[in-house]
Design a binder for this molecule. Structure first.
Ligand code: ZN
Length: 257
């Protein structure tokens, strides 16, 4: 199905027609899958990344690689994929460095949240995304937050996202849709979703092509490891992000056989 046909079909079945989407895009597996979701659905798609002093610059570098690979492999999507924006949020890094008292450090350790945890970080990201979307004439904001592989971040919850959609729509007097394609699916289903989106975009092997692109070029590992290549991509294989990605891959592959 061509993207044009797909858009017409969705209009026919009553899907709302939106002008375009802004995707919160970090260069990882989840946000790349969300980007493919937006490219399959909306006529114009732009991307937004945040530079908040990530320990590993590889994450920001891989964003650009993923975007250029998507353009090269999926021409129909390339036609829809517009500007990429990166907003400097170094101030968030300063909160996590300076605002930790010893008591708080202990409390975070007990709760299982990482020390670099910045309360409400996604609220800040979404507010900036709303401001940018407004300026760019985009009315959908797509983010890869998820309650299923729940990481303990309350600003990833579905209720939080719905509240932000309402707050942005009221506060900017513009109807925004905050879309969360991964909210209720696990990592195995996220691999399947990527496969299906690639297949829809290009019936001749696009499913495998998008999965391969995600394996090869997206970055998830907390330690910034690009040296070790696993079945599921590059990473240390030990950190929580690698573990989730690897387990999801294994479950998806086992189900696919
Ligand atoms: Zn890792």
């Amino acid at each position: 199905m061509s993207p044009q046909t797909s858009a017409r079909t969705m209009a026919a079945i009553g899907a709302p027609m939106h002008r375009g989407a802004l995707v919160l895009f970090s260069g990882g597996q989840d946000s790349t899958t969300c980007l493919a979701h937006a490219l399959a659905r909306y006529p114009r798609v732009e991307t937004l990344g945040f530079d908040y002093g990530q320990r590993h610059r590889v994450e920001l570098a891989q964003r650009e690689v993923v975007l250029s690979e998507l353009r090269a492999r999926f021409p129909a999507w390339a036609a829809r994929l517009g500007d990429d924006h990166v907003i400097d949020m170094a101030v968030l890094g300063r909160i996590s460095e300076t605002a930790l008292t010893r008591d708080m450090q202990f409390e975070l350790a007990q709760s299982g949240l990482p020390n670099a945890f910045v309360p409400g970080r996604n609220l800040v990201f979404l507010t900036f995304a709303g401001a940018l979307a407004y300026r760019r004439g985009l009315d959908v904001i797509v983010t890869g937050v998820c309650e299923t592989d729940y990481s303990g971040y309350p600003d990833c919850r579905d209720d939080t996202m719905k509240a932000m959609q309402l707050a942005l729509s009221l506060g900017m007097d513009r109807r925004f849709l905050v879309e969360t394609p991964l909210m209720w699916i696990d990592k195995a289903a996220t691999w399947q979703l990527a496969h299906d989106l690639g297949q829809q975009a290009d019936a001749s092997g696009g499913g495998e092509a998008l999965v391969r692109l995600i394996v090869e070029h997206t970055h998830t590992c907390y330690l910034g490891d690009r040296e070790h290549r696993r079945d599921w991509g590059h990473g240390c294989g030990q950190c929580p992000a690698c573990e989730l990605r690897a387990q999801g891959w294994a479950r998806w592959r086992a189900a696919a056989v």
